[in-house]
Design a protein around this ligand. Structure first.
Ligand SMILES: [Mn+2]
Length: 326
């Protein structure tokens, strides 16, 4: 990875805007805030951090969380010399509201770990083998001699912990543990961060999880399990979008599960699909085939088609892959 060119590009830019992706997760928020801290350390004064959907409550403990600007800040935002996109497989992931701001920026740098990343930046620091965007940024900080203080360590550790599924996914390499050891040494507290992210959830999250589990369906002798959380359930339980974050991870916790899926709806009426694999099924390929994207073992898609059209389509593709396993 060409960290030297990235360093030069960041140094040369007077004004920089940083974007994470919509419906942000721990890696996107951790990477965006870490980029903000690093740019501050590089002496950059004109830096704006954008997250279309703001920041979920369970990540608000992160240092600098108050700096994030959401979609309400998109209209009339002045252009910048450089747009830095983190954890985004493509430019559309930053959200439609920001596309004109993005297009008005002079240059684009991308830091990402999605295998589906097309390399759309002027400079692309991408590594599909990295567990997380925060892993890549940690390496960048170390190799560029940027001092890792506690706030920076906390942001980066949170992103790595999140995208490795608490160090449980197949992307949990020895390198991950080496880098995390470094981050813990510089002040990241694993116990506190795990508590903040995973145990300080809302009651609405638990109620949504209960609904999801109660309505669980299985296919192919349990190799596939799936559930639907309709929009009306969010209204009924007084839940926000972020309250459904992480529910899909819970579904694969039984013997014999190969792929687990949550179907939902966005507030503008589109169908949202989150898929996970326990290691043998490439759900990233399934989602890519149907117009989505993500990683081999964690992926998703959005569709304008209604649930009753999308569900059989996704299940048919998944069944076909399961049958090839046998
Ligand atoms: Mn990520």
């Amino acid at each position: 990875m060409d960290f030297e060119s990235l360093c030069k590009m960041l140094t040369a830019a007077e004004s920089i805007v940083v974007f994470g992706h919509m419906n942000p997760d721990g890696d996107s928020i951790g990477a965006t805030l870490a980029a903000g801290i690093i740019l501050e350390k590089m002496g950059k004064r004109n830096v704006r951090l954008y997250s279309r959907d703001g920041i979920p409550d369970f990540l608000k403990f992160l240092p600098g969380a108050g700096r994030l600007l959401d979609r309400n800040a998109a209209a009339g935002a002045p252009p910048a010399q450089l747009a830095l996109l983190v954890d985004c497989g493509g430019p559309k992931r930053i959200g439609d509201e920001f596309i004109s701001l993005f297009n008005s920026c002079g240059k684009t740098a991308v830091i990402d770990h999605h295998a589906t990343n097309s390399g759309f930046g002027d400079l692309n620091i991408t590594d599909p083998d990295a567990s997380s965007t925060c892993e890549i940024i940690t390496l960048f900080a170390i190799e560029s001699g940027i001092h890792i203080d506690t706030p920076l360590a906390e942001c980066l550790y949170t992103g790595i912990m999140y995208d490795t599924g608490r160090f449980m996914h197949p992307n949990t390499s020895s390198k991950v543990f080496h880098l995390c050891a470094e981050l813990v040494q510089h002040g990241a507290d694993p116990g506190r961060i795990a508590t903040e992210v995973f145990r300080n959830r809302s009651i609405a999250y638990l109620r949504l999880l209960g609904y999801a589990l109660d309505n669980l369906k299985t296919e192919e002798n349990g190799a596939i399990c799936w559930t639907v959380i309709e929009r009306r359930i969010f209204h009924k339980l007084n839940a926000k979008d972020e309250d459904s974050e992480g529910i899909v991870e819970k579904l694969g916790a039984y013997r014999g599960c190969e792929a687990h899926i949550v179907f939902g709806q966005t507030d503008d009426g589109r169908t949202r699909v989150s898929m996970r694999s326990t290691g043998r099924v490439n759900v990233g390929a399934i989602c890519a085939k149907l117009g989505g994207g993500g990683h081999d073992f964690a992926a998703g898609l959005r569709s304008k088609d209604p649930l009753e059209v999308v569900i059989p389509r996704v299940l048919a593709e998944t069944r076909a892959v399961i049958k090839e396993l046998k």
